[in-house]
Design a protein around this ligand. Structure first.
Ligand SMILES: Nc1ncnc2c1ncn2[C@@H]1O[C@H](COP(=O)(O)OP(=O)(O)O)[C@@H](O)[C@H]1O
Ligand SMILES: [Mg+2]
Length: 200
């Protein structure tokens, strides 16, 4: 029989889990136009935190829109549901002590407020990061040719062209990616995390 097993009756609270794993779960919620740099910054930040031996995990298009949310489109109702589910999943990861980084346009203030409230109710920090670049800049970048297609009417409900983007009013962090390098963006987020004790 195995020895040295530690077993405590009752469930482990989020605080206890954080203490045992020596990491605080938090959600870093990136929002911004398509091609503003969310995925690029999220990848770089995830790598940086993993190299600091932090349990960081990114929720992004590929592992959400092709899986969990593959039944959803881009009309307003589907976008609401997309973000609602992502908010729930982010909360679960953060409750499991991960530094969870989400990289979705999440264009509606109300949807982001729902995600924030969900976290606040669970006592999990929610850090909204506005990944900001002017429409003219992101349209010029157009790494996937999506703006071109949207302008040609080939994609409907495209954020910034034929669907709204509601910018955050009071984000915890505001990054102007037309003026800030990816490395500096990661630095800006990391400094915020350190100064708030989230990397202790
Ligand atoms: N400072 C910057 N921060 C982030 N991305 C940048 C920056 N400058 C240029 N880019 C480029 O902009 C594009 C952003 O694409 P991506 O990260 O996929 O955006 P999103 O996930 O917001 O749609 C990439 O091609 C990236 O190389
Ligand atoms: Mg992306």
């Amino acid at each position: 029989m195995a020895t040295n097993i530690t077993f405590h009756q009752g469930s482990v609270t989020t605080t206890e889990r954080n203490e045992l794993l020596k990491q605080k779960g938090i959600t870093i919620w990136l929002t911004g136009l398509s091609a503003s740099g969310k995925s690029t910054i999220a990848c770089a930040l995830e790598q940086h935190l993993l190299h600091l031996h932090k349990f960081a995990y990114r929720l992004d298009g590929d592992n959400i829109r092709f899986g969990l949310n593959k039944d959803l489109g881009f009309d307003e109702k589907s976008r609401n549901e997309n973000i609602r589910r992502i908010g729930e999943v982010a909360k679960l990861f953060s409750d499991a002590s991960a530094i969870t980084i989400t990289a979705f346009i999440s264009p509606y203030i109300a949807d982001r407020a729902v995600a924030r409230e969900l976290h606040e109710k669970a006592n999990i920090p929610f850090i909204e990061v506005y990944v900001d670049a002017p429409l003219s800049v992101v349209e010029e970048r157009d790494p996937k040719g999506l703006y071109k297609k949207a302008r040609a009417g080939e994609i409907k409900d495209f954020t910034g062209v034929s669907a709204p983007y509601e910018a955050p009013e009071k984000p915890e962090i505001h990054i102007r990616t037309d003026q800030t390098s990816v490395i500096d963006a990661v630095q800006q987020i990391t400094e915020y995390l350190s100064s708030n004790g989230y990397l202790d």
